[in-house]
Ligand binder design. Structure first.
Ligand SMILES: [Ca+2]
Length: 366
């Protein structure tokens, strides 16, 4: 065999082996090769072997309640790490759709209600928000708060949270029909704001459930603990992911991306023009350390936790990436001195390893 042919064969062998080696490292040894930015964190695994945990909230007794995208609602005791199944909802789970957001009623102690956002099949895919009674740790007595939210296999939004004003805020995606985001009478591509019983608050901007419009696929909502200002994260098309300062009645642009400018459109506080991070859940840290009043949001494709440090409501000092070794991160919430983070490596787009998916608890070690 001539030297040139040997060289060619070696080149072919390496062309195959090197990507395989990289893939092996990314999928099996992710923590080893990307273990930077975690030396200043205390990290504890609170739950493992979960199936795409999408959203978390806390019950007044200190236990966590969370959703799994395939339809389960589960309750986690943080002291014993015991998990109870509280029930399963029949959902339409294809690609990104399924059982998504969960929110505990601010008056849960009196009424026992939890609210969920999920995709269902009704002559096509749609989304709804329902409330359930949580009685003896089992969900029962469903009643619909809002339905017929346009749905699709992707772009279903799905975050639900109660604001400091006691109203229920709901993020909806464009359901792959971008023009709906600009239609103030469509429920798609919006942040919706409802009274807990599903009625329309008198001070909504358009006399309907729409609070803000022009969103593509928003999955993060967080209110600043001091100013009560609302911040939101949403997925752009390839790149152009956004973090927005949300005000009632405003147009956030989509299908115009944050790389473009146009009259009457709000620009985000962060526009990721040269990478796709795919941001999801968001929360402010409310504890007393150097993280106080920083905004945190998870990144799926970017596989990190994003921290934003503000100098004013719309002014960012800097932003930084934390927690790079756990793969895709779907949701983050603050509770009692800690951030809780749900991984999503089993969501069809990740590389699950070991005990994925997990719920982590972190705090700054310094
Ligand atoms: Ca926008």
């Amino acid at each position: 065999m001539s030297g040139i042919r040997i060289f060619t064969w070696l080149a072919i062998v390496f062309a195959v082996l090197i990507p395989l080696f990289l893939f092996y490292n990314l999928s099996e040894k992710r923590g080893l090769i990307r273990n930077t930015g975690e030396s200043d964190l205390e990290i504890e695994t609170m739950a493992k072997n979960l199936n795409v945990p999408w959203s978390m909230d806390f019950l007044p007794d200190g236990r966590m309640i969370f959703t799994e995208r395939s339809g389960k609602i589960r309750v986690l005791d943080l002291n014993t790490k015991e998990i109870k199944d509280a029930g399963e909802i029949t959902v339409a789970q294809i690609s990104e759709s399924g059982l998504l957001g969960i929110a505990v009623d601010p008056d849960f102690t009196e009424n026992g209600y939890v609210y969920v956002y999920y995709t269902y099949e009704d002559g096509g895919m749609k989304n709804k928000v329902s409330k359930f009674l949580l009685r003896d740790d089992q969900i029962t007595d469903e009643s619909v708060i809002i339905d017929n939210i346009p749905g699709a296999e992707v772009h279903d939004g799905g975050r639900i949270k109660f604001g400091p004003d006691g109203k229920l805020y709901i993020t909806t995606g464009d359901a792959t029909n971008p023009s709906l985001s600009q239609d103030q009478n469509s429920l798609a591509g919006k942040i919706l704001r409802l009274n807990k019983d599903g009625s329309i608050p008198e001070d909504n901007p358009f006399n309907n459930t729409v609070y803000s419009y022009g969103h593509r696929n928003p999955q993060g909502l967080a209110w600043h603990p001091v100013t009560n200002n609302l911040y939101e994260t949403e997925h752009g098309p390839s790149m152009n992911d956004e973090m927005n300062f949300i005000e009632a009645g405003k147009n956030y642009g989509w299908p115009i991306t944050c790389s473009e400018e146009a009259e009457g459109i709000e620009q985000p506080l962060l526009c990721f023009v040269d990478e796709t991070i795919a941001p999801s859940g968001a929360a402010f840290f409310e504890g007393e350390n150097e993280w106080k009043n920083s905004l945190f949001f998870t990144s799926l494709r970017g596989t990190h936790l994003h921290r934003v440090i503000f100098t004013g409501s719309k002014n960012i000092d800097r932003d930084e990436k934390l927690l790079p070794s756990y793969g895709r991160l779907r949701d983050v919430i603050y509770h009692d001195g800690y951030l809780y983070i749900a991984t999503n490596n089993k969501d069809g787009r990740g590389f699950p390893v070991g005990d994925d998916d997990k719920i982590l608890r972190i705090k700054s070690a310094s």
